[in-house]
Design a protein around this ligand. Structure first.
Ligand SMILES: [Zn+2]
Length: 475
């Protein structure tokens, strides 16, 4: 069995030696000596911490965003720039791999169709999404690949006067995804590595559409090593339980929308359904009204510790009291304070401004509180999110409810509870615990003042090193 001794690591302020063997922490002590057969890593006093858990992320959307070529303003403004960007991206792809573009606008190259797109690139199957989100444009190679045996395309597939497909598919996302099958799922290796570089060893994927095919895609990515993180998978009610190691089935995700609210009895029935499957219900709540609807339905259905509120973007005192009486957790995105804070100060009603993305208020009320970046809708760097939880500053420097600020230690804890019990007891470095760890280059007393991902030195999942910063790692 592979064995590693991490020497001179700082654990809760003390310098110690730590042995990782068979995926677990098997020994911790000031005087451990290396076994002849084991590798040694010199931590040089850097802090060894439990790996970070991103409690709310969308992996496939993040991978798609990472993998996609921007095809419109501001990055791409004319035909030549578009052609160059497509060719350059294609040069990194396997021969039959699909190229995915996003954000196309007519100002770049007019009404884009298969002919114009073929002229730009015909080496790979290509699909480009219009900026409106309502239209995909495919080149001829891509069209040929997804033509059904029946030859029948959906109504949204545009044809020219001769009855020939133009390559423009309107509102055909679901159909396109079903035709593409696994090809519609982007590779996850780049995302897996990026998260590992932040010390992330576990993620909860909060995508409501997750079902069997996504579960299988994640299982393949995990088995191949492309996605090294442990995974808690939320999804719809048909998402099967996971037979795969390192992947657990999570809550049923419910997107509440105050403009299209469901009937109360229907919602209660759905919560009971989720509970019947041994799952919680995770409510997307970004307004006051949505939080009221969720709390009321959860209370009436019988809230459990598996239920969660995602975002809880606006939580005034009366709703906080109500929430605190229920056994449910809140998963917040402190990074939005920085990333969207300036927009919030304009768009959010002034009476709601003090209750935006609270942190300390939840903790004082005893509500289990965990953090997630919501990437790709936020930046995937949990250290930046921690920094925002501490500083409560928008990108332009506006302070948002400084009384909601956390200490660096409390900010770190947002990302240290187990995936299955967000905001409850944090993971810790103890003998017998899984070796899901991160090592900093500096002691915590220095790291806490900057909360910077650049301080990361190495990351392990199940005792396997999944990332290091490329410097010399000892013998
Ligand atoms: Zn989300």
């Amino acid at each position: 069995m592979t064995s590693l001794l991490i020497q001179d690591a700082e654990i809760q302020g003390e310098i110690s030696q730590v042995r990782l063997r068979s995926g677990k922490i098997t020994a911790i002590g000031p005087d451990l000596e290396p076994d002849p057969s084991e590798s040694v890593m010199h931590a040089r006093g850097g802090a060894l911490l439990p790996g970070l858990q991103d409690h709310h992320i969308h992996l496939l959307a993040l991978a798609a965003a990472t993998e996609s070529v921007p095809c419109g303003p501001p990055q791409i403004n004319d035909q030549e720039a578009l052609k160059r960007a497509l060719k350059e991206h294609a040069s990194n792809l396997q021969p039959a791999q699909w190229l995915r573009g996003v954000g196309y606008h007519e100002s770049v190259n007019g009404e884009l169709d298969r002919n114009r797109l073929d002229a730009l690139i015909d080496s790979h199957p290509v699909r480009i999404q219009h900026r409106s989100g309502a239209l995909w444009i495919l080149n001829s190679r891509a069209l040929a690949e997804i033509t059904p045996a029946s030859g029948i395309f959906p109504d949204g597939a545009e044809k020219d006067e001769q009855g020939r497909l133009t390559g423009r598919l309107y509102r055909a996302d679901a159909w396109l995804r079903s035709q593409l099958g696994p090809r519609s799922l982007p590779p996850l290796s780049e995302v897996g590595q990026k998260l590992a570089s932040f010390g992330v060893t576990g993620v909860c994927d909060a995508t409501p559409a997750n079902g069997q095919s996504e579960l299988e895609a994640f299982a393949r990515a995990r088995a191949s090593g492309a996605l090294p993180q442990n995974l808690l998978l939320m999804g719809h009610t048909e998402l099967p339980a996971s037979p795969y190691p390192g992947i657990e089935r999570g809550a049923v995700k419910y997107m509440l929308d105050e403009n299209a609210l469901p009937a109360e009895d229907d919602l209660i029935a759905q919560i009971k359904d989720a509970h019947g499957q041994g799952r919680g219900m995770a409510f997307h709540c970004v307004t006051r009204t949505e939080l009221v609807i969720a709390l009321n339905a959860l209370e009436r259905a019988g809230a459990t510790a598996w239920d969660r509120i995602e975002h809880a973007s606006i939580t005034p005192p009366d709703l906080l009291d109500w929430l605190a009486r229920l056994p449910i957790a809140v998963v917040t995105q402190p990074n939005f304070i920085f990333e969207r804070g300036d927009a919030y100060t304009v768009s959010v009603e002034s009476r709601d401004q003090p209750w935006l993305y609270r942190c300390a208020g939840f903790l004082h009320a005893g509500v289990p509180l965990a953090g997630g970046t919501d990437a790709p809708f936020g930046e995937p760097n949990p250290w930046a999110a921690m920094q925002a939880a501490v500083e409560r500053r928008s990108a332009s420097g506006t302070l948002l409810s400084l009384e909601e600020a956390l200490s660096p230690e409390a900010a770190l804890r947002l990302f240290q509870s187990p995936l299955g019990s967000p905001g409850r007891k944090s993971n810790s470095i103890q003998v017998g615990q899984p070796a899901d760890l991160l090592l900093l280059k500096v002691p915590w007393s220095r790291a806490r003042d900057r909360l910077d991902a650049a301080d990361l030195q190495a990351t392990w999942v199940d005792g396997q090193q999944i990332w290091n910063d490329g410097e010399e790692l000892g013998q």
